[in-house]
Design a protein around this ligand. Sequence first.
Ligand SMILES: C[S@@+](CC[C@H](N)C(=O)[O-])C[C@H]1O[C@@H](n2cnc3c(N)ncnc32)[C@H](O)[C@@H]1O
Length: 239
Amino acid sequence: MTEAAAELPQAPEEARAVFGEYFPEAVRYAELLADAGVKRGLIGPREVPRLWERHLLNCAVLSEVVPEGVTVCDVGSGAGLPGIPLALVRPDLKITLLEPLLRRTNFLQEVVELLGLDHVTVVRGRAEEMLGKVQPVHVVTARAVAPLDRLAGWGVPLLRPYGEMLALKGDTAEEELLGARSALSKLGVVNTSVLHVGEGIVDPLSTVVRVEVGESPGGVRFAAKRAKAARTSRTRRRR
Ligand SMILES: C[S@@+](CC[C@H](N)C(=O)[O-])C[C@H]1O[C@@H](n2cnc3c(N)ncnc32)[C@H](O)[C@@H]1O
């Protein structure tokens, strides 16, 4: 065991309640993060003493706002946050962990296999290069990937019509939302809100920015692409 792994505290009582029958898998995941995760530079050693509260539980409570039985893409999953805790509490979801770095996708694949998470798939790639390569999803999740306007530019085009992006954010959530307003409306976003989840489980509560799209996720950019494709095919037909 590494020095960092020895710092992993016992799981708090809340974790038993939140992870239920998957509590042993959650403990295994915490151990993997604290050991291999730190050794391979996927998580800082200083995070180990607060892995439960700040990472596993903080992410698992996102489940409160994810609809039942939907498809989810966790953009920039890193070492599996929030995707893995969400998968542990929600076997009804079909989750794709999207991550560009090989070192991280290798770790994610190992975790998925070790924990027997048959409803989770690991895909290596950058979100903005995934259009047409992954099936559009009902929900995009993300934590600590990019400022909201950039994140929305990557995540919203991956959504199905009437889908939503749920971004775990810190204290700057309202501010980021305000600053991203124009970018969001160009992407076809029809509704935004800031939610606080995890009452009785995490303190402070986890802050989630919810961004909902209408019929046309990707908005203007998609519309422009479609118009260009139509023009090209008309030109080809005329030749
Ligand atoms: C700070 S880490 C956060 C990881 C994890 N979400 C967490 O909360 O611990 C940011 C992650 O986003 C990934 N990332 C950066 N740009 C990306 C992009 N364009 N598409 C998908 N993932 C990206 C990085 O490789 C990295 O794993």
